[in-house]
Design a protein around this ligand. Structure first.
Ligand SMILES: [Zn+2]
Length: 166
């Protein structure tokens, strides 16, 4: 975990991202908060892999911020253990679809992020990443490899869901 402070907004968290970009977007956000640094590293890996700018949409949410966002009461965003992001490119949805496909084919992106033991949900217009074990999630299938045991599911809303179960 790292501590993000409003007074450090201009500081870099990783090569392409500042504290301001990663800071809580909740209207009643505190002046500083904790954030899981693995999230920052994972998003930087994706930024490098696709060489395209990323917009960080949501990180830590306050209780009110989570309610406003329609988040689950058990959301990993409440503890600073989740991020939602999208690609700034007009091709955002295409890049997300490509990346989701990379996961189903166990391609490069899968290798990198599974290696970091990330759970990933591909929505049509944004991607959610966290590093927590799946809770209240009913996978359609389970698969195990050298990175751990994952549940896989899909639906209209959550296009593909790769949740860590151990
Ligand atoms: Zn999320």
């Amino acid at each position: 975990m790292i501590t993000l402070r409003k007074t450090d907004f201009k500081d870099k968290v990783t090569e392409n991202f500042t504290v301001k970009e990663w800071f809580s977007k909740s209207a009643d956000a505190p002046d500083s908060h904790l954030l899981d640094y693995d999230l920052c590293e994972a998003v930087q890996v994706i930024r490098d892999m696709y060489n395209t700018p990323i917009r960080i949409n949501s990180t830590l949410r306050t209780l009110k911020g989570n309610q406003d966002a329609g988040g689950s009461p058990q959301s990993n965003h409440l503890t600073g253990h989740a991020v939602d992001f999208s690609f700034i490119s007009e091709s955002n949805e295409d890049i997300i679809a490509f990346m989701a496909n990379q996961w189903t084919l166990k391609g490069m992106c899968y290798q990198e992020l599974r290696g970091m033991r990330a759970s990933v949900i591909f929505y049509p217009t944004f991607i959610h990443i966290d590093f927590q074990e799946g809770r209240g999630f009913k996978p359609q299938s389970i698969f195990t490899d050298e990175f751990g045991t994952y549940g896989f599911g899909n639906s209209v809303k959550k296009k593909y869901f790769f949740g860590r179960t151990t």
